[in-house]
Design a protein around this ligand. Structure first.
Ligand code: SAM
Length: 250
């Protein structure tokens, strides 16, 4: 399954470039103020970003003084990330790794970050949480900034109307039942893409996995991002689109 997912991400890598060099060079941030506040002062922080794709968040942190290791399954995305780092003159340790089978030496991090559609590629949340917890220093923190699982299962059906298009409790999904939940680069494309399997991890499942792994939940905030429900109208700000969670290793 991981290999199938890798082939899928490699297939869409050429069209997925992330933020422009100009944007990042002129001080643009790939992280929101809320995300940055939760991560804390990046100066000197040892950060591991999981499922980093082209590494825009890592580039933002490295430009602000963090020592970043960024891992992803797909070489095509990492290549783009390395090119961007070189153009910006920042050092990031980009590694091709499956986040379910990270190299043992990737440990002792102050922060682990996963964001923007990374967590749905974790096939076994409980095992993943235990592994990540073990890679944090005591006092270190995992920061999860993710699509809300409710957003993952709701499809806009017109103004003030939603369809339940996936199973909040069903976890594994083959492909995307709602193509608008797939990476933006695939929208409207007729290209045949490799089969892939991702997961919907409910809020309860995430919190329970982290707590069972010995982490202490520090904050969990859900919020609305109306542009993630295009066509829903004004009610789009009454349902969650994303969440931001911080959990610390005691
Ligand atoms: C939506 S992107 C991640 C989001 C990233 N923060 C961004 O905004 O670009 C999902 C990434 O997860 C990676 N991925 C999928 N399964 C993975 C795995 N088992 N280990 C590491 N990376 C994985 C894919 O290659 C892809 O680059």
């Amino acid at each position: 399954m991981v290999e199938q997912n890798r082939l899928y991400w490699e297939a869409i890598a050429p069209g997925r470039l992330g933020e422009s060099i100009e944007f990042l060079r002129s001080g643009g941030s790939a992280l929101t103020d809320d995300e940055l506040a939760l991560i804390g002062d990046p100066t000197g922080l040892r950060v591991l970003q999981l499922a980093c794709s082209v590494g825009d968040e890592s580039l933002t942190l490295a430009r602000n003084g963090a020592q970043v290791t960024a891992v992803d399954l797909a070489e095509g995305h990492l290549r783009t990330g390395r090119q961007k780092a070189a153009a910006l003159g920042v050092k990031i340790n980009f590694l091709r790794q499956d986040m379910m089978a990270l190299a043992p030496e990737l440990a002792g991090f102050d922060r682990v970050l996963i964001s923007g559609g990374g967590l749905c590629w974790v096939p076994d949340l409980d095992r993943w949480a235990v592994d990540v917890a073990g890679r944090l220093t005591p006092g270190g923190r995992i920061v999860i900034s993710e699509h809300h699982p409710l957003w993952e299962v709701l499809t806009v059906n017109g103004e003030n109307s939603l369809l339940v298009s996936a199973d909040y409790f069903g976890q594994g999904r083959d492909g995307y039942t709602d193509p608008m939940k797939a990476p933006q680069v695939t929208w409207g494309s007729t290209a045949e893409l490799p089969e892939h399997r991702s997961f919907v991890w409910g809020i309860g499942a995430v919190v329970t996995a982290l707590v069972a792994a010995g982490l202490m939940i520090e904050s969990l905030r859900e919020w609305a991002a109306p542009d993630m429900y295009p066509g829903l109208g004004t009610v789009a700000d009454r349902i969650p689109s994303a969440y931001l969670l911080s959990a610390a290793r005691p």
